[in-house]
Design a binder for this molecule. Structure first.
Ligand SMILES: Nc1nc2c(ncn2[C@@H]2O[C@H](COP(=O)(O)OP(=O)(O)OP(=O)(O)O)[C@@H](O)[C@H]2O)c(=O)[nH]1
Ligand SMILES: [Mg+2]
Length: 322
């Protein structure tokens, strides 16, 4: 089994030499839609979300995703800025590889304005002769709202989708998100970014094999930006348990590190027991001086063999860095 995987890695390495180019990901939408909050929650900067003010103009951040450089653009959505972007599309929209269009679904009064700006954005893409996929985040679909007004919200969303569909833009995809359901944001952004990454299937396979070997019901591998780079889930319930708890494990890990810097030689592991299962959180460093990755495994027994983990980490390293 493992041999096959190694062969696939070798094959892939020959087939696809690494491309060091930068991918531009643009967050856009009206002011107050929640773009900056989404970005900050991925960075686990929760305290900053509470005191957020409107973004001024275009804010850029560079980060690394699986060895690929990502330029993340957060386009402040206040009207004056939107006008400025549309006047100078070359500066703001040029080179967009992925667009994330955020709509506040709690703000019905502004749906028509959101649709109108969506149309403006695709006009810019047309003029620039680019066709990036647009991922529409139907945002602020909070857990409380899901409980109290699920049907009403679903109806609104169907209507919104119909209107966006009428634009006949080729690639539009939808995600329902909320910062109060961090799992929804992590899952959406991870899926979107993994599309950029040709090796993601191999990572998925490697995780699958390891999970089976250590008899785990489910497992996620997360990078330092809270993004899931691969996962295995026995069933939907396991998926829900793991994606819902992932951000909290990361936050807890952050806070321990903050109060008590963990030294390399100590084993960096947390075990939480819940529902008769063990959640094992483990940090792994694949390459010196680069950001760590994190594993969360759901298992009956809170143990696995060190050799199995090492073999897994080595395979992952092969895929990501060689
Ligand atoms: N209920 C709820 N509120 C949210 C959610 N996400 C963001 N907010 C709130 O929405 C407000 C606006 O969020 P921002 O992230 O600043 O919005 P923005 O899209 O960046 O706005 P501009 O920078 O002006 O374009 C803040 O008060 C957030 O706390 C969510 O999922 N649910
Ligand atoms: Mg903002």
């Amino acid at each position: 089994m493992e041999k096959n995987l190694k062969q696939s890695i070798l094959y892939l390495k020959k087939k696809e030499p690494p491309k060091p180019e930068v991918s531009k990901i643009m967050f856009t939408g009206l002011d107050n839609a929640g773009k900056t909050s989404i970005i900050l929650s991925l960075q686990r900067e929760f305290s900053k979300i509470a005191i957020l003010s409107p973004t001024r103009g275009a804010q850029r951040r560079m980060f690394d995703f699986l060895g690929k450089e990502i330029a993340e653009w957060d386009l402040g959505g206040q009207l004056a800025y939107r006008i400025a972007y549309l006047k100078n599309p070359g500066k703001y929209f040029e080179g967009t590889e992925i667009a994330i269009y955020v709509i506040d679904i709690q703000d019905k009064e502004r749906f028509s304005e959101a649709i109108s700006y969506f149309k403006d954005v695709i006009e810019q893409f047309k003029d620039l002769e680019i066709e990036p996929p647009i991922y529409v985040f139907l945002h602020k679909f909070d857990p409380a709202l899901r409980r109290s007004a699920q049907n009403e919200m679903e109806a609104l969303i169907i209507d919104l989708k119909d209107k966006l569909k009428a634009t006949e833009y080729k690639e539009v995809y939808y995600y329902e998100t909320s910062i109060y359901n961090f799992g929804s944001i992590i899952t959406a952004v991870s899926e979107i970014l993994l599309n950029l990454y040709p090796k993601s299937e191999l990572i998925e396979k490697t995780i699958h094999e390891f999970a089976k070997k250590v008899e785990s019901d489910g497992m996620v591998v997360i990078d330092d930006n809270s993004l899931i780079i691969g996962s295995y889930y026995k069933d939907d319930e396991t998926k829900h348990l793991l994606t819902a708890s992932t951000p909290y494990f990361l936050t807890l890990h952050d806070s321990f590190q903050y109060t008590n810097p963990i030294e390399e030689q100590y084993e960096n592991r947390m075990i939480v027991q819940r529902f008769g299962k063990n959640f094992i959180f483990k940090q792994i460093t694949l390459k010196k001086e680069s950001a760590p990755y994190y594993l969360i495994l759901l298992k009956d027994e809170p143990i696995f063999r060190k050799e199995d983990l090492e073999a897994f980490a080595n395979l992952l390293k092969e895929i990501l860095y060689k």
